[in-house]
Design a protein around this ligand. Structure first.
Ligand code: GDP
Ligand code: MG
Length: 513
């Protein structure tokens, strides 16, 4: 078999990568070290995109070692969050299924924190071998197990992970890699965009990576140094230059032609020996020197992942409580606008954003503010929504959808009713998004300060998110039932039954501010 020769494929945008790298170097490490972590890998519901946006760009910094007390503090900081989660799920939830879900979730979160604390003293190192399909991961794992592991004094477990890019579940594969102390990232050619993205994610999580450029035998000897150089340049800022090494875990047999004395040619197959020396040298160097450091890094990464999970559980619990409140306020506002139509621009100023809703949501999210402050927030939101033109945009989107749906009752107030319900919903969801961004534990009373810019951003984001026609259609369908005359009792929807048609006006009178 003639070895397949591959031509250099790597086209590195060196200039760009290098300058991005320099920019990263300019960043101070800051107190957020490690918090960037697994958030990207674990999807935790709607609120988290916000957190992710706020993450500072972590820099690749192997020169400033993480000290144990930083990690201990990070672990300690999880305790009040867990306490908060426990405390809030102990109070009866609006729906029994929710509370039982969080109850079953919590022991494991608490246990995981306890376990993480013992992890600080772990001696054993976990090395994960990751990479794309058929790049030689399994072959390499077998070779390292046979040839390298016995020679190291450090206790090491090697894990051969299934392919990263099988389209199976990249996120969970990244999470797997993030859980390891050291990643051997295997590639067999140029770095693809998805490989680059994953490497970037891992290095942002302060994951130590050795990149093994495998199947060297597939390239002409003269091309190999240049290829290695190109990969190193492409990965500047993600993987240290000296951690990018060239190997051949299982070189293909070579056909050797020998001229015989009788003039014939004898063809034989020769099996070249595997060449892993550059890799094993690096691995030995790293595990013998950096072991405890790697363990600290892993523990901090896992602490951040656990924090994200706790916050996710807390936000889920709070959302489950907030949603019925929003829906209630939404139909109250809808019913009021339906009964007493006002010019559409006045929708918001006439209490569509109910200060009581603001107050109630604030309580769910441990935001201690007064009714006066709740009213101020409601006013700020109404003004913002008017300024952003949300009233026109939504009434224009809703009007055509009303045709055919609300034939059964007066159409006059229908547009106003649905619009008011919709805008109230947007306001409620915006507040939820905003509150999720704030400290999850209660601030002392009287210290509440509204971050207006963030609230405005939340409104914009939520509005954009809810502009889909299918959502508006559902709302119109629900409105047809919620706002219809009492002769057609509302079918049970996701809204609580007490938000029926009989008492909206009186309730609104108590509730609006
Ligand atoms: N030519 C060549 N082939 C290799 C090398 N390493 C592994 N392979 C082959 O690549 C194929 C895929 O290897 P495997 O270890 O199963 O890849 P995995 O999917 O990443 O686990 C197998 O046929 C291996 O023999 C190498 O260094 N050179
Ligand atoms: Mg494999």
């Amino acid at each position: 078999m003639v070895p397949k020769i591959r031509r250099p494929l790597v086209v590195a945008s060196v200039g760009l990568t290098a300058s991005a790298w320099l920019l990263q170097l300019g960043h101070p490490t800051g107190a957020h070290w490690g918090e960037t972590v697994v958030l990207g890998a674990i999807a935790l519901g709607v609120g988290l995109w916000w957190f992710r946006q706020q993450q500072p760009t972590a820099k690749l910094d192997t020169t400033a070692p993480l000290d144990r007390s930083t990690v201990e503090q990070a672990l300690k900081a999880l305790e009040p969050l867990l306490d908060q989660l426990e405390q809030e799920s102990a109070t009866p939830a609006s729906s029994p299924t929710n509370s039982s879900l969080t109850r079953s979730l919590q022991p494991s979160l608490r246990d995981r924190l306890t376990l993480l604390k013992t992890e600080l003293d772990r001696n054993h190192l976990n090395v994960a071998i990751v990479g794309g399909k058929s790049v030689g991961k399994t072959t390499l794992a077998q070779r390292l197990t046979a040839d390298w592991l016995p020679s190291t004094t450090q206790a090491v477990t090697l894990t051969d992970t299934p392919a990263l890019f099988d389209e199976l579940d990249t996120a969970s594969e990244i999470a797997l890699a993030a859980a390891a102390d050291l990643v051997v990232f295997v590639t067999a050619g140029d770095i693809t965009d998805s490989e680059f993205q994953i490497l970037k994610d891992l290095s942002r999580q302060q994951q130590r990576i050795v990149l093994a450029f495998n199947k060297q035998d597939q390239y002409l000897p003269g091309d190999r140094p240049l290829l290695l150089q190109q990969i190193r340049e492409r990965l500047l800022g993600q993987v240290l230059v000296q951690e990018v090494v060239a190997i051949a875990a299982a070189p293909a047999p070579l056909k050797v032609r020998q001229h015989q004395p009788d003039g014939t040619i004898l063809e034989t197959m020769e099996q070249p020996a595997p060449d892993l020396s550059a890799l094993t040298e690096r691995l030995t160097g790293i595990v013998s020197v950096a072991g405890p450091q790697l363990v600290l890094n892993t523990t901090l990464r896992r602490a951040a992942a656990l924090k994200a999970e706790i916050l996710g559980a807390l936000n889920k619990l709070r959302r489950d409580r907030a949603m019925p409140m929003i829906e209630q306020a939404q139909w109250l506002a809808g019913a009021a606008a339906f009964a007493t139509p006002v010019p559409s621009l006045d929708l918001l100023t006439t209490g569509a954003i109910n200060a009581q809703m603001v107050m109630d949501l604030g309580t769910v999210y441990q935001q201690a503010f007064s009714m006066e402050q709740a009213k101020a927030i409601a006013t700020t939101m109404a003004e913002t929504m008017v300024k952003l033109g949300l009233v026109e945009v939504s009434t224009q989107a809703i009007a055509p959808l009303l045709k055919g749906h609300l034939a059964t009752f007066a159409v006059g107030g229908a547009l106003q009713g649905v619009s008011a319900a919709y805008l109230t919903r947007v306001a409620g969801l915006s507040l939820v998004t905003y509150f999720e961004e704030q400290s999850p534990t209660a601030a002392p009373a009287g210290e509440f300060a509204l971050k207006r810019d963030r609230l405005i951003q939340a409104i914009k984001a939520v509005f954009q998110d809810n502009q889909r026609t299918d959502f508006l259609k559902t709302l119109v369908q629900q409105a047809a039932k919620q706002l219809a005359p009492a002769t057609t009792p509302p079918v049970s929807l996701s809204t609580p039954p007490n938000v029926a048609t009989a008492e909206p006006l009186s309730s609104l009178a108590q509730g609006s501010g």
